[in-house]
Design a binder for this molecule. Structure first.
Ligand code: PHE
Length: 343
């Protein structure tokens, strides 16, 4: 019986079919009820018990080989047949591809990158620091008096009290870290997220983004700052842009100023964006207070410097004519998709 099985196995291995009919004839001859393999299973009943294990195994192998052979041949013939009928399953290689939508940068990232690039071109390097800060880096080193209102619960989100740990209210804290670890010349900008306990409205949010800048060297003057900020304003808003500095106050700069740019939307004629004044306020700036330099280990007799800070949301609102600051945080795809081509 083993011989019979082996002969059939050889036949199965060698079998090939060019048509479905040939394959079917082979299947009937081997596997149908009256086929050769079921006949062998009948014969198997009379195999002496001692040989049963070995013969049984061979027989099962034969059945499996025959079934597999028939199935593979049939599937192959089927796929060959269907690919020969154009328009059915065969892929149409001339069809346009399915485009999957590409993501886009968030408008705040686009504007932050533009601001960074403008300052990097004139030698500023980017520095970053922690969003959770201690009192020293966010306030004390920056010359904030003990009772300054910005330290108040109403402005600052405290994480812990005594010692005070808070969410940074500006990225000036990063500049303290830079001054503590580097000696002038220092030219750095610090982009980042900041937090203030403010009521959320179209013009204010409790989370927003800043880019702050710092330049310290020998003989740095207010005029240097003015020229640097004029360069920035023209790169950002167009070459006809004018700037205006108004006296202001910050604990860490003296003298301090607020900088306005001429309204590029109405050519300074007056519109709703510039509130009919022709000017838009975009940043605070000033000469670094000598106390701050000393607090950070820099000799204030040898070095002077300027600092400035702006809100990225505000710049983005001007560039993209966005009237409600909350749009930046809602992640509404209809809003975000409008920036798909922006880099
Ligand atoms: N740190 C200030 C703020 O957050 C901005 C500023 C920076 C002002 C540097 C002057 C100089 O409002």
């Amino acid at each position: 019986m083993i011989d019979k099985i082996n002969t059939l196995l050889e036949e199965v291995k060698a079998f090939e079919a060019k048509t479905m009919e040939e394959a079917e004839v082979f299947r009937v001859r081997m596997l149908s009820k009256k086929g050769a393999i079921p006949a062998l299973f009948q014969e198997f009943k009379s195999v002496p018990p001692a040989d049963r294990k070995a013969v049984g195994q061979q027989l099962n192998q034969l059945k499996q080989a025959a079934t597999e052979k028939v199935n593979t041949i049939k599937t192959r013939l089927e796929t060959e047949a269907s690919s020969r009928q154009p328009g059915k399953k065969r892929p149409d290689l001339t069809m346009p591809a399915n485009f999957s939508p590409i993501g886009s940068r968030h408008p705040l990232s686009v504007i932050r990158n533009r601001i960074n690039n403008i300052f990097e071109k004139i030698g500023f390097v980017i520095s970053e620091g922690p969003e959770i800060e201690d009192d020293w880096h966010n306030f004390s080193a920056l010359n904030f008096p003990e009772d300054h209102p910005a330290r108040d619960m109403q402005d600052t989100f405290f994480v812990e009290k005594d010692p005070d740990i808070a969410l940074r209210t500006h990225t000036s804290s990063v500049q303290v870290r830079v001054m503590e670890t580097q000696q002038p010349p220092i030219r750095t900008i610090s982009p980042g997220r900041v937090f203030r306990n403010e009521a959320i409205s179209a013009r204010a949010h409790c989370i927003f983004h800043q880019v702050e800048g710092l330049y310290i060297d020998q003989d740095v003057s207010f005029a240097d700052m003015k020229q640097c900020l004029l360069y920035f304003a023209r790169e950002m808003f167009g070459e006809k842009t004018q700037i205006r500095l108004r006296p202001s106050f910050f604990p860490f700069t003296e003298p301090s100023a607020e900088m306005d740019v001429s309204c590029s939307l109405c050519d300074s004629k007056g519109c709703s964006i510039c509130k009919y004044s022709g000017w838009i306020e975009i940043m605070g700036c000033g000469m670094v207070d000598p106390n701050v330099l000393e607090n950070c280990g820099i000799d204030s007799k040898q070095y002077t410097g300027y600092a400035f800070g702006m809100g990225i949301e505000r710049i983005a609102m001007i560039i993209y004519h966005i009237k409600d600051l909350r749009m930046f945080f809602e992640n509404d795809l209809r809003f975000l998709r409008q920036f798909e081509s922006a880099m």
